[in-house]
Design a protein around this ligand. Structure first.
Ligand code: GLU
Length: 460
């Protein structure tokens, strides 16, 4: 890019109607990518563009005998997006919305996430289209074993390493390990999958790692940039959408760090308490009742109302595309922290950035999970178990470093943009949305992959 004339973010636009926008996951991933690469210069023609396409896509159909004796066919995917930094890495999700486009977009995000955190992995993601809420443990075990068998040697400790994602957990990872181990006897197969139970090669700190990473990224952001005059979480009012592993862990840790959690939600709805929700009590209540809704001394609210509450920090920690062109104008948070993958759409990104509400992006905020997955993989190869403090200290240092990199790049981009702004406005042109933290994070990650691709040399 010509330094004297940076491309403002409005140059590329997805087609957006009055209250609708293009939400095709492939288009979203492509859009964010294009925006970031407008800031990268000095690479060979076509090199950066070549990083968009996934290296390999595996699509399988397989039958499973259900507990009622019927047979159901399931549709599964594993996409390996990029492997220049190391083996593919990424979760496996079980969800009714799983499809090839979504898994590909998520695998792409994994590539940028690992590069940003400087973890020697490429990006991958997998999933099976199913509704885990309607499946028994036996059915889930059969689906997992059959899916992993279908993937065969396309996964492996040095090629592609699955992990937990939406509606998969340590139990699912045990089945993945066991299946792979049965098919490959006589060697150390523990590093084939991460997020395993502690007594089966799992790492201390892995279950909380994504929520903890979210805490560290937010703390570092506040320390460097602040919200108003506040530079810590002490006394901040926080709203969290989602009370699964990530949302619940984040809620506990933010509360311990001095924040007041004024609202949380799960798929059945939200609860609000201006004086602060007792998160331990909410977790116990959800365990017994299946939802946080109905926790004594709280007000029941809808998910829509929750997102629009007046607060300092809003943490979407559930599904993608929750903040979109239809509600972004009504968001009252002063900082949005993306603990889920893709919870803010590009149109909403622009609206929020334009309104001066920074969005700390997913590839940074939720990278704690894959970071501790990397620690687990290292421990498995060396037959070691690191102490919890050791894991958390290393995680903090990775998250702080990555946050610093993003902020430094962001400030540099903003300086460039300001110069261009002065030039543009004096030339009578209209200036639009300022550069976002997401674009800065992606620019760092993509440049890293492009550099390593060149160092390795394009085959042949
Ligand atoms: N599924 C998580 C993610 O989206 C973790 C992936 C991993 O640990 O490999 O980052």
């Amino acid at each position: 890019m010509d330094k004297s004339a940076p491309k403002p973010e409005h140059i590329q636009q997805l087609s957006i109607g009055d209250n609708e926008e293009d939400l095709d996951p492939a288009h979203l991933a492509r859009f964010q990518f294009e925006r970031a690469i407008a800031w990268l210069e000095g690479f060979k023609d076509g090199l950066i563009q070549s990083l968009v396409a996934p290296k390999r896509t595996i699509e399988v159909y397989f039958p499973v005998e259900m507990e009622d004796g019927s047979v159901q066919t399931f549709h599964g995917f594993r996409v390996l997006h990029n492997r220049v930094m190391g083996p593919g890495k990424g979760g496996v999700r079980y969800h009714p919305e799983v499809d090839k486009e979504e898994i590909t977009a998520l695998a792409t995000l994994m590539t940028w996430k690992c590069a940003l955190l400087d973890i020697p992995f490429g990006g991958a993601k997998g999933g099976v289209n199913c509704d885990p809420k309607k499946l028994t443990q036996t059915e889930l075990r059969r689906i997992t074993r059959r899916f992993i068998t279908e993937l065969g040697d396309n996964i492996g400790p040095n090629t592609d390493i699955p992990a937990p994602d939406m509606y998969t957990d340590a139990q699912t990872m045990s089945w993945i390990f066991d299946t792979y181990d049965i098919l490959h006897p006589g060697r150390n197969n523990l590093p084939v999958v991460t997020g395993k139970p502690l007594d089966l090669g799992g790492s201390l700190g892995r279950p909380e790692a994504t929520g903890r990473g979210c805490l560290y990224a937010t703390m570092r952001y506040l320390e460097k940039e602040g919200i108003g005059s506040s530079r810590t979480l002490e006394g901040s009012r926080v709203v969290i959408q989602g009370f699964g592993n990530v949302g619940m862990t984040a809620a506990k840790l933010f509360q311990q760090a001095g924040a007041t959690i004024i609202a949380v939600s799960d798929s059945r709805g939200g609860i609000q308490q201006a004086d602060g929700i007792d998160i331990e009590a909410a977790a116990r209540f959800k365990e017994q009742e299946g939802s946080v809704v109905g926790l004594p001394d709280t007000l029941t609210i809808t998910n829509t109302e929750l997102l629009e509450l007046d607060c300092d920090i809003l943490i979407p920690a559930a599904l993608g595309k929750q903040i979109h062109c239809g509600n972004a104008q009504r968001i009252k948070a002063r900082l949005v922290v993306e603990a889920a993958n893709g919870p803010v759409t590009p149109a909403a990104d622009d609206i929020l950035t334009d309104r001066g509400i920074p969005v700390l992006p997913d590839i940074l905020v939720n990278a704690g999970g894959v970071t501790v997955s990397y620690f687990e993989w290292v421990q498995n190869f060396s037959n070691e178990r690191w102490a919890l403090d050791d894991v958390n200290t290393r995680l903090r240092s990775k998250m702080f470093d990555a946050t610093d990199l993003v902020l430094t790049r962001w400030h540099a981009m903003r300086d460039e943009e300001e110069k261009a702004f002065a030039a543009e406005t004096s030339a009578g042109e209209i200036y639009n949305v300022p550069v976002s933290l997401r674009t800065a994070a992606l620019a760092v990650a993509i440049a890293r992959i492009a550099n390593v691709t060149l160092e390795r040399g394009i085959w042949p």
